[in-house]
Write a new protein. Structure first.
Length: 145
């Protein structure tokens, strides 16, 4: 039981760090003009598509790691990802409503982008399902090897 709890915690923290590094790197790589819709802090379609890929890949890694640490035990990482993700989607909707009318002018720092950026309302509610599916796939990949 303790091994499963540790597996979930370590895997979730690892996924968080990988997502953070990937999104910071992505912002540096594509810049604000490709990250946002014109004159807005709303995420662009390109940013959303790449975000789904990042979340899916980091979730697979998290599932692999969780399965390796749990060593055959049941570790409900997919449930944790789904529940926490859905809970964290609620503040995203509030942020969307608060920042929807802001106008973006020129380049913005990554700190300002993180503070003001927002998603279309449906996106934050979809990420947890993509993450949970990735975790399940990662867990199954580890069990096969």
């Amino acid at each position: 039981m303790a091994r499963s709890i540790i597996a979930v915690i370590v895997s979730y923290v690892t996924m968080f760090v990988l997502n953070f590094l990937a999104f910071v790197g992505l912002y540096v790589l594509i810049g604000p003009n490709n990250a946002f819709k014109p004159r807005s802090y709303l995420a662009s379609n390109r940013w959303i598509a790449i975000s789904f890929a990042i979340i899916f890949v980091t979730a697979i890694i998290g599932g692999l790691l969780c399965s390796a640490i749990a060593k055959g035990g049941k570790a409900p990482l997919a449930v944790v990802v789904l529940v926490l993700g859905l809970l964290l989607a609620i503040p995203s909707v509030i942020k969307h409503q608060r920042n929807a009318n802001l106008v973006r002018v020129g380049d913005v720092s990554s700190a300002e982008a993180a503070r003001l950026a927002h998603w279309p309302v449906w996106v934050p509610f979809t990420f947890p399902f993509v993450g949970a599916i990735g975790v399940l796939i990662g867990g199954r990949l580890k069990r096969r090897s």
